[in-house]
Structure formats: structure tokens, C-alpha cells
Ligand binder design. Structure first.
Ligand SMILES: [Zn+2]
Length: 306
């Protein structure tokens, strides 16, 4: 295992994040945080009445809460209140990010200021600190120093906290190149972030190092964790078991094979998307939309074509 690296939490970088929030994005005031007990002292927080961002997991206990992901920053006060309901001293000891997207890391800075020590993959920290250009070509806004992990890793790490041996398991080049899944052995639960989601088609973020092959390998890695009774906490959508992940994997492989055959027949990306290679699954994938199907097909095309 590579040595963990300590990043200095130095002076604040540009305070760009706050000005973006002040420009009035979505209305978060209507969102309520719903807390569900997974088992033991592990809870899942999700947003009701609007898009809170990704699911949050909280392992409560005497060492202070161990938290997975932080959703969008404007919800931090509500999230901290929800944590306090299951962790009466309100202490957040650790926060690990499943991947870099803002609906999972937006609240990082606020959680760090509330006392959390941040953990993440090395590439996640680097991409937050030095983001690439936006889709419109503008330079990306670096995250403030407080939003960056203090401890980074690229090999499995175990955190002994609240009576559990929580395992941080890197998932190479899946949804992004900085994915981690988090296993809670004491409650047979696994938080996976967005490389597996139980709502909608997969999203392979190729611009941040994601790959279809990495996602498929990740689904196989989920199958090897724990026993048949494993509870899987997706990045988005309700809790599932291994059977749903296996079905998702089979769907992805079937779509891959259809896209491969169309490429073999000389079809362009536009023609492949128009051929609707997901059609047989559109009614079976919960939360599937035509937009997410087309995006997924285009991503699969681009990976197979290269
Ligand atoms: Zn994501």
C-alpha cells in the first residue's frame, strides 16, 4: 500500500465557490432531508422535495460521525442538523468523497469547517484543486483549500471507527478516475457513489477519466464484497441488493454489444444513438429518461470507437 499523503490545508484559494452560489441557482429551501436507518448505527440521508445531490451515508458513534459524501453546499445546515439527530454531540470526524462531482463534494468545505477530516483518492483531490476547462471553454474554478482532502490514497484503506472496520476501496476509472466504494462490514452495507446508480442509465464521465470497462469491473467488484445479503447504497436512487447490480451489468453489456455491432456496420455516433440500442431496457431501468439513454449510448460509442 502506498503511503498516505498529507496535504497541507494552507491559506484559502480563490473564494469562487461562494459567488456562484450567490447567483441564485436552484431553490434548496423546499428540500427536506430524510434519514433512513440501514442497520446498526449506519444511516442514509436523502433529499425529499428537490435535488439534494447524491445520497449521504453516516456511521454514527462515540468516535464522531463517519460520513460519505456531502451533497450541495447550500444544504449543509440541514445536513448538519440531520447528522445531529443521529449523532447527538454533532461531531463529524471523517468525510470521504465517492467521487469529485459537485453534488457529492459541494458541502466539503462546510463539513471541514464543522470539524471533519477529509479523505479522497489522489486524482479527486487534484481535479478539485486544478479543474479542467468548463464545457464552454472557460477555465474551471479551483475548490477552496478547505474543500480538499487532507489524506489521500490510491490503494484500499481501512478506517477503524465507531466499532467498525470501514474499508475504502478504490474503483479504477469507472464513473470517474477518482471513485471509491465504502464497505461497512458490521452492517453488511456498501456505499458505491455514482459508478452504480439505481435510477437512470449509467453516466460515464469520460472527461474526468471514467470508462465503461471500469464500470463493468466495478460491478464485478461489488459482487465480491460481503455476502449475498449485502445492502448497496447507490450514489443516486434507493437502496438495492446484488441482484439489481447484476441486472444493471447485464444491461450495460447488452447495450455495449449492440453498439459494437452498429460500429462494425459503419454507423456514425448520430446513427447509433438514433438506432436506440437501449430500447429493450427503457421500460425496465428505473428512472430512465430518453436523455440519459442517448447520453449513455454516445459515451459507449466513444469508448468503443477509440
Ligand atoms: Zn457523479
Amino acid at each position: 500500500m502506498r503511503a498516505a499523503m498529507i496535504g497541507a490545508a494552507a491559506a484559502l484559494l480563490l473564494a469562487g465557490g461562494t459567488s456562484v452560489l450567490a447567483q441564485g441557482g436552484p431553490d434548496y429551501s423546499q428540500i427536506e432531508i430524510k434519514t433512513t436507518k440501514v442497520g446498526g448505527s449506519l444511516f442514509v440521508l436523502e433529499g425529499i422535495g428537490g435535488n439534494m445531490g447524491g445520497n449521504i451515508s453516516v456511521l454514527a458513534g462515540p468516535d464522531g460521525a463517519f460520513m460519505v459524501d456531502a451533497a450541495f453546499a447550500p444544504l449543509s445546515a440541514k445536513i448538519l442538523a440531520a447528522v445531529k439527530a443521529v449523532q447527538p454531540d454533532g461531531r463529524i470526524r471523517f468525510l470521504v468523497n465517492t467521487h469529485l462531482h459537485g453534488d457529492h463534494t459541494g458541502g466539503n468545505e462546510n463539513m471541514a469547517r464543522a470539524g471533519a477530516t477529509l479523505l479522497s483518492r489522489e486524482s479527486l483531490r487534484r481535479r478539485l484543486a486544478t479543474p479542467g476547462p468548463t464545457a464552454s471553454g472557460q477555465p474551471g474554478t479551483p475548490a477552496p483549500a478547505a474543500a480538499l482532502a487532507v489524506l489521500t490514497y490510491d490503494a484500499p484503506v481501512t478506517v477503524h471507527v465507531n466499532g467498525d472496520d470501514v474499508q475504502l476501496i478504490p474503483v479504477p476509472n469507472a464513473h470517474t478516475d477518482g471513485d471509491t466504494m465504502i464497505y461497512f462490514p458490521s452492517v453488511h452495507a456498501l456505499a458505491v457513489g455514482d459508478f452504480y446508480r439505481s435510477t437512470g442509465y449509467p453516466n460515464i464521465d469520460r472527461s474526468n477519466g471514467g470508462t465503461m470497462d471500469g464500470m463493468l469491473a466495478g460491478f464485478e467488484a461489488i459482487a465480491r464484497v460481503g455476502g449475498p445479503d449485502l445492502t448497496i447504497i447507490p450514489g443516486h436512487g434507493p437502496l438495492v441488493g446484488k441482484a439489481q447490480v447484476a441486472a444493471h451489468r447485464a444491461m450495460m453489456m447488452a447495450v455495449r454489444d449492440k453498439v459494437a455491432a452498429l460500429i462494425e456496420a459503419g454507423k456514425t455516433q448520430e446513427e447509433v444513438v438514433a438506432a436506440k440500442p437501449t430500447a429493450e431496457f427503457d421500460a425496465k431501468v428505473p428512472g430512465a429518461t430518453p436523455q440519459s439513454a442517448d447520453r449513455f449510448v454516445a459515451q459507449v460509442y466513444q469508448e468503443l470507437k477509440k
